[in-house]
Design a protein around this ligand. Structure first.
Ligand SMILES: NC(=O)c1ccc[n+]([C@@H]2O[C@H](COP(=O)([O-])OP(=O)(O)OC[C@H]3O[C@@H](n4cnc5c(N)ncnc54)[C@H](OP(=O)(O)O)[C@@H]3O)[C@@H](O)[C@H]2O)c1
Length: 410
């Protein structure tokens, strides 16, 4: 009879209850892998259990409560008491990752958090272990399933943002209050966690610049299709000029980019490095059973001695965060159709060093559209040109700009 491995569970909601169920279902299969039989030894919710009792009766703590406090306090106390901790709490890891990892290292325990980023997609483990020897240059991620679902529906069926959001709520892909998802804040927390692991540098959520999808129109998506582009909410973490840039914003992708074919509520992450060229991982990004599967994977790893990945990647010096980076752009202008429009726009762009990759011109009279895709240039220079273009007398409304990721791996 295998010895029992006691798992204390903090939180018994969507993920917590799915985790408890999965653990009971898989316990027999885990015995031959670990030599131990895991079982839930205690549960804490708002209405039942006490943290002290759950802690004292456990060999490992799984935190699935969410929020910053008391989750942070409980996780720190568990590690100080010598317990490995598994969590899926992205806000906690993004806000207090350094403190928690330092505590894990100090006390020789593991802190695992695969479920915190991209659900069941094993990107944390890949960065910490499989790609530990690769010098990661860049990560692009679709790390929020709600927004990817909304953008997929806008593109495939011509829905407005509001219609697609309503549909996402009806199908359970968006919460009643979707603010964190649609503003990009949820994706920003996940990108902070990934950047920290990829570049071994402290990255706090406050350092991640983010923009959401609420202002996007079906019109932009329609025009971009003609240029072979698809729209996604993309998180980017990359090395630039001796520092790093971590950001989340809507971006157009060409069909040859691995993230271009990731549709609906799926998540995917692309890791780029000179040694490995490009590796893409994709799969379901959220959901109780899916996230529970990632959490149980972490628990199994922590059960197997000797401990691997204690405390996560070591953090080296703080790299400066760079905010003005190079990007290609899509620029959509409503213009009066008269001779010389394109030439004047091109001149203002040219003065900032921008060159045009492709052009679509539509319509006649006062309602013509001019849509350009530009080769990469510094964002500050691009927006300087856009400010001047907005003042031209033939421009009918504020020009709309969306970034373009112009890499393809075909
Ligand atoms: N849902 C997903 O698809 C998903 C995907 C990836 C990651 N996550 C992460 O997983 C974590 C849990 O998410 P969830 O969707 O399962 O949340 P949830 O359904 O709201 O469940 C939260 C659980 O934690 C308990 N809890 C909350 N605050 C507490 C406190 N102060 N003291 C004691 N218990 C407390 C709640 O107790 P009561 O039952 O008494 O209310 C509930 O059982 C979050 O960090 C979330 O970001 C979720």
């Amino acid at each position: 009879m295998a010895e029992t491995f006691r798992v204390g569970l903090l939180g018994h909601g969507t993920v917590g209850s799915a985790f408890a169920e999965l653990l009971a279902e898989r316990a027999d299969a885990i015995v031959p892998v670990t030599g131990l039989r895991p079982e839930i030894s205690g549960v804490l919710t708002r209405s039942r259990g006490s943290f002290e009792e759950v802690l004292s009766g456990s060999d490992l703590i799984v935190e699935l409560m969410g929020g910053l406090e008391p989750a942070r306090d409980y996780v720190l106390r568990a590690m100080r008491a010598g317990r490995h901790v598994v969590s899926a709490n992205k806000q906690l890891l993004a806000a207090h990752g350094e403190e928690l990892s330092a505590c894990a290292r100090e006390h020789g325990v593991q802190l695992r958090f695969e479920g915190a980023v991209a659900g069941v997609v094993p990107v944390i483990r890949v960065l910490q272990e499989s790609l530990a020897a690769a010098h990661v240059e860049r990560i692009h991620g679709i790390v929020n399933g709600t927004t990817n679902y909304i953008l997929t529906e806008m593109a495939a069926r011509g829905l407005t943002y509001d219609q697609a959001l309503e549909q996402a709520k009806e199908l359970g892909y968006a919460e009643a209050d979707p603010t964190d998802d649609v503003t990009g804040r949820d994706a920003a927390a996940k990108m902070a966690i990934l950047a920290r692991l990829a570049f071994s540098t402290p990255v706090h959520l406050d350092q991640v610049v983010y923009e959401g999808i609420e202002h996007l129109t079906a019109d932009d998506i329609e025009y971009a299709k003609e240029l072979g582009l698809g729209l996604k909410l993309i998180g980017t973490a990359e090395r630039v000029d001796g520092g790093i840039s971590v950001r989340v914003h809507p971006a157009f992708l060409y069909a040859g980019h691995p993230l271009a074919s990731v549709h609906g509520p799926f998540n995917a992450v692309t890791v780029e490095s000179e040694t490995i060229t490009e590796v893409t991982l994709s799969g379901p990004g959220a959901g109780g059973p899916q996230t529970a599967s990632a959490v149980l994977g972490d628990v199994i790893s922590a059960m197997i001695p000797p401990a691997s990945g204690v405390g996560g990647n070591d953090i080296s010096e703080a790299l400066p965060v760079v905010n003005d980076v190079e990007s290609a752009f899509y620029l959509h202008m409503e213009v009066a159709d008269r001779p010389g429009v394109l030439a004047q726009v091109a001149e203002l762009l040219g003065m900032q060093g921008a060159s045009i990759r492709s052009v679509v011109q539509k319509g006649l009279g006062e309602n013509a559209r001019l849509v350009l895709v530009l080769h990469p240039l510094l964002e500050s220079r691009f927006y300087a040109a856009v400010r001047l273009i907005g003042q031209l007398d033939f421009i009918r409304s504020a020009p709309r700009a969306i970034r373009v990721i112009d890499e393809e791996f075909t």
